[in-house]
Design a protein around this ligand. Structure first.
Ligand SMILES: Cc1cc2nc3c(=O)[nH]c(=O)nc-3n(C[C@H](O)[C@H](O)[C@H](O)COP(=O)(O)OP(=O)(O)OC[C@H]3O[C@@H](n4cnc5c(N)ncnc54)[C@H](O)[C@@H]3O)c2cc1C
Length: 433
């Protein structure tokens, strides 16, 4: 008997929607399943979307998709208790059409993308929490939900970071995520009228401003970063925390985000804004969070489920990789359909495509980045060093001025960074980034 579908895609996030759109455009009979009542309702993202991969399936996406603002400025820096040090980056190219980066709210974008999948001919079914993959020996042959099996020669697993479909299976033999390769994202959305946003952040109508902060303000050695993005008439603000650094430390995510928002630099940006939405979500980021394989007999894994999130303290990019991996999985599934072959050997083309498009390299080649990213001194000692130095250089005290070389030494002493450690960290920065 034939299969129910040519392909089943689980999860209507960026990865799953992109895959379903491409499959339907290629003439495949595709089923897209989403556990949320509507695509997007379970999704949470900061989020700045670098969407050029969408050009491949939706050439007019940046005009038609409900994006918020096009980003024209990025600010990044350090927060220490009561103080902040930041750098602004304004790229003239970002102000020109077609705009390269947009702030987005996922409830809107994902619902729109799922509609595009439907318009292309995919069957999109929300409110379906897929229970498990349907394994026949080492082959995946569809999914199981509500005791029923739906079959397809190819299943694309795009169920996000905490991929329940793959945990404890040959895809990810460990039933639990590794806390040191997982981050916790906490996000809140504050309503603020467009005019106030534009005045406060000095952007024009439709223009957006994005910020990323290394947050050296938390006690107990909690490591993480903060973000703030302007939407059309709201502000997204939140934290991304290393899960492993939260364990056993009596640190609660709600207290941490309150502390972040109370920091004078952040509080000034949120003044008068009203909280309208909040949520938390896991992020599997980097090479250490990859599954045992990206494909096998009858399956491929895409997006966050595969650990395709690049985050280094200055940027967090996952939606772009979700779209790209979803598209590559769809291309391979279309070839499998043409050749009536969905074996692991056939689907190995997925890995080759991830490689040739540079996606795998972006993770494998930056594996050592974590040594810098999770060096605790970048959250406490170095921000303190920078603040001591700038405080001394910028503040007029009436006392004689001190030469910079001495200020550097004094700041180093105040921050408690021995020279040998500073040298080692400097070498690691050059070697590992
Ligand atoms: C706080 C935060 C800020 C971020 N900021 C940015 C940013 O600024 N820029 C950026 O590019 N990326 C950002 N990211 C990362 C980005 O959100 C992800 O990389 C992206 O959402 C991945 O898309 P995805 O489709 O793989 O997974 P998801 O968006 O997680 O989608 C997975 C979908 O699968 C569904 N699902 C799960 N299990 C099942 C099941 N069993 N059955 C049916 N459906 C299921 C879920 O409901 C969900 O809709 C951020 C993430 C967080 C948490």
């Amino acid at each position: 008997m034939g299969d129910d579908f040519d392909a089943i895609v689980v999860g209507a996030g960026m990865a799953g929607c992109a895959a379903a759109i491409r499959l339907a455009q290629g003439g495949a009979n595709v089923l897209l399943l989403e556990r949320g009542a509507e695509p997007g309702t379970k999704n949470l993202s900061g989020g700045v979307l670098w969407g050029h991969d969408l050009d491949r399936i939706l050439p007019n996406w940046s005009r038609e998709m409900p994006v918020e603002r096009h980003i024209v400025r990025k600010r990044f820096g350090f927060l220490t208790p009561g103080s902040s040090l930041s750098f602004d980056f304004e790229d003239g190219a970002w102000r020109k059409e077609p705009y390269v980066a947009h702030s987005v709210l996922r409830a809107r974008t994902d619902a729109w993308l799922a509609k595009q999948a439907e318009a292309a001919g995919a069957t999109v079914v929300p409110s379906v929490p897929v229970e498990r993959l349907h394994w026949e020996g080492s082959r995946v042959h569809g999914i199981v939900q509500g005791g029923e099996t739906m079959t397809a020669p190819v299943t694309i697993v795009a169920d996000g970071a905490n991929s329940r479909l793959s945990l404890g299976t040959p895809i990810r033999p460990n039933p639990r995520l590794d806390a040191n390769a997982t981050e916790l994202g906490i996000k809140e959305v504050y309503r603020l009228d467009a005019g106030t946003i534009e005045e406060r952040f000095q952007v024009g109508p439709g223009e957006g401003h994005a910020e990323e902060w290394v947050t050296g303000i938390f006690p107990f050695g909690v490591m993480g970063g903060g973000f703030l993005y302007t939407n059309a008439d709201s502000i997204s603000v939140g934290l991304i925390l290393r899960l492993g650094s939260l364990y056993g430390r009596n640190a609660y995510s709600q207290e941490l985000i309150e502390e972040f928002k109370l920091h004078p630099t952040i509080a000034a940006r949120l003044k008068g804004a009203e909280l309208v939405e909040y949520g938390a979500k896991l992020i599997s980021s980097g090479w250490a969070s990859r599954p045992a394989a990206f494909h096998g007999d009858g399956w491929m894994i895409a997006g966050d489920a595969a650990g395709f999130v690049f985050s280094n303290g200055i940027v967090i990019q996952g939606m772009n990789y979700a779209v790209r991996s979803g598209l590559e999985a769809a291309e391979v599934a279309l070839h499998a359909r043409e050749t009536h072959d969905a074996s692991a050997a056939r689907l190995a083309e997925y890995d080759r495509r991830l490689e040739s498009t540079g996606l795998l390299g972006d993770f494998r080649d930056f594996e050592r980045m974590d040594r810098v990213k999770w060096n605790p001194r970048y959250y406490t000692a170095y921000p303190r060093f920078a603040m001591e130095l700038f405080h001394a250089m910028m503040t007029e005290t009436g006392r004689p001025k001190v030469p910079v070389r001495r200020l550097l030494r004094e700041a180093q002493k105040a921050a408690g960074i021995p020279t040998a450690i500073a040298l080692r960290d400097g070498i690691s920065m050059i070697r590992d980034l």
